[in-house]
Design a protein around this ligand. Sequence first.
Ligand code: G3P
Ligand code: MG
Length: 255
Amino acid sequence: MNQRQRAVCFAHRGARGHAPENTLLAFALAFDLGADAIECDVQRSRDGELVIIHDGTVNRTTNGAGAVAALSCDELAALDAGRFPRIPQRIPTLEETLNLVRERGGAINLEIKGESVEDSVGTARAVEPILRELDEPLRSRLLVSSFELPAVALLKERLPWLRVAALYSGREWQKQDMLAPALAMDAEAIHPGVGLTTAELVAQAHAKGLRVNVWTANRRATIRKLLAWDVDGLFSDYPERVIIARAQMAALEAR
Ligand code: G3P
Ligand code: MG
């Protein structure tokens, strides 16, 4: 089996092209569609519960308003997170999400979020006890990442068994070395945005023993291009597109 056939399909915020993002429905649907893994974003409620939501506020994705960090776990749980498309859903907790992944036998990329580097480090500190309690096979199926690299480095330091990745976005990284920070914290992968990814970057990362998982690839042509560059994983709102492209390319290569 070559690299293209092995490329991991991460359902970005669940299958968010088909179900409300970062909800249990989106995660279950992702696995139903054949995704290998889900990607989700974790942050803290006012009372310290770890909840799965992307933005710093609940305004876009729920029927409520306000900062996630200003709302209690109960207040967040009372909101309807089923806006796009309109299917009633709750904001899940980290524990609920991990339970679903465990039940489905899948994998998960947990992205540590925060409003600043310090806040993200705070999220990482809060996540640590939950990760520490994980057992196999979930431990091996978990990959933790963050744009705020100190948050990831802290977790890797405290939990040496943890698989971690350095997440990158922003043009400034076009001119900076994305490999060195990942190697410095013993990451297994870099997670560059599509716009930061080139065939050269993939080859250079592989030469250093780093995997390359790229976000967010939704266009079929983009998915095919990245697979042709031998990326190790793709994040997509439409996981079925990755699965189909992967199978089509494998079939062509087998001819
Ligand atoms: O982890 C990949 C991707 O989710 C990072 O960007 O903004 O969608 O969390 P964002
Ligand atoms: Mg994310």
